[in-house]
Design a protein around this ligand. Structure first.
Ligand code: KMH
Ligand code: ZN
Length: 280
């Protein structure tokens, strides 16, 4: 199996400081959290930014500040900016940070209920964001919350909107999307494999899983065994175990690194992750 790429989603748009006091908000807090996560084994930082009062933001200047603070501490890390933003953010604002030409950005493959809200991703916006990422040399990470979105991704690949290698992130456990039950991940992986290997043709692809809340650890374990990659971090889960709030993002990364070692699965450095993902 290839080495496991650990992504740390350090902040997100929904988690609050009230629920997770160690949530990194300011650029310097994010840089410290990113450095600790990388030292613990992460090679990608999935990045949302906040204003100083904790409000989710898609302001380009704020992304630029956080990116340069992170770069100053861990120049080697892969930074993946979010184009998902917070629920209700306009698609124009969500696209703006792409102007900073990050190495990677998230690309959400469909509209869905997201808890009590609706997360809008119009087909024309998905196509426009994908085109912009390809033009600017930004590798999209394809965020998949249910099987239909995976099928949409392959339809877009057939149309030439998405290109190989395709990198999928299965985000499981959002109320409104697929839950994080083990059979759901198995189903997604088998659908992915059947699309990726048709008529003797192999599509270059990789997948990882981000389990939300109580699904984070069991899904990560499943991915380690199946050969997938893993995302942890406060965006998706604030607990270390039931009833115990995690001390830091790094604590969640460390556990994955430790268990990967026990399973004989090497952990990718950022340089190795770039090679695996085909980031030049
Ligand atoms: N905050 C969620 C509504 C992404 O980063 O691309 C969407 C999200 C996905 O976080
Ligand atoms: Zn996100």
């Amino acid at each position: 199996m290839e080495p496991v790429i650990i992504t740390c989603a350090i902040t997100g748009a929904e988690t609050t400081k009230e629920r997770q006091p160690a949530l990194p908000i300011t650029p310097i807090e994010q840089a410290i959290a990113a450095e600790e996560a990388v030292r613990a084994g992460a090679s990608i930082i999935h990045l949302h930014v906040r204003e100083d009062d904790g409000t989710p933001s898609q302001r380009v200047e704020r992304f630029a500040e956080s990116i340069s603070a992170i770069r100053a501490r861990v120049p080697e890390v892969i930074i993946q900016i979010s184009t998902g933003g917070a629920i209700g953010e306009s698609i124009d604002n969500r696209a703006k940070p792409l102007g900073l030409k990050p190495e990677m950005a998230s690309l959400n493959l469909g509209t869905m209920n997201f808890g009590d809200e609706v997360f809008f991703n119009h087909p024309r916006d998905i196509v426009a964001l994908a085109a912009r990422m390809h033009q600017q040399g930004v590798m999209p990470e394809l965020e998949i919350y249910e099987t239909g979105m995976l099928e949409s991704a392959f339809r877009l690949a057939k149309q030439g909107v998405l290109r190989e290698p395709m990198h999928f992130q299965f985000v499981l456990g959002v109320p409104g999307g697929m839950s994080g039950e083990p059979q759901n991940l198995l189903h997604l992986v088998s659908v992915l494999e059947s699309f990726a290997c048709t008529n003797g043709k192999q599509v270059q692809r990789h997948w990882g899983v981000a389990g939300v809340g109580r699904f984070q650890l069991p899904l990560a374990m499943q991915a380690l065994v199946l050969g997938g990659h893993v995302r942890v971090g406060f965006e998706d889960n604030i607990f270390y175990r039931k009833g115990e709030v995690a001390r830091s993002n790094a604590q969640l990364v460390e556990r994955i690194t430790r268990i990967a070692g026990e399973l004989g699965r090497e952990v990718a450095t950022p340089a190795v992750a770039r090679k695996i993902l085909g980031i030049l």
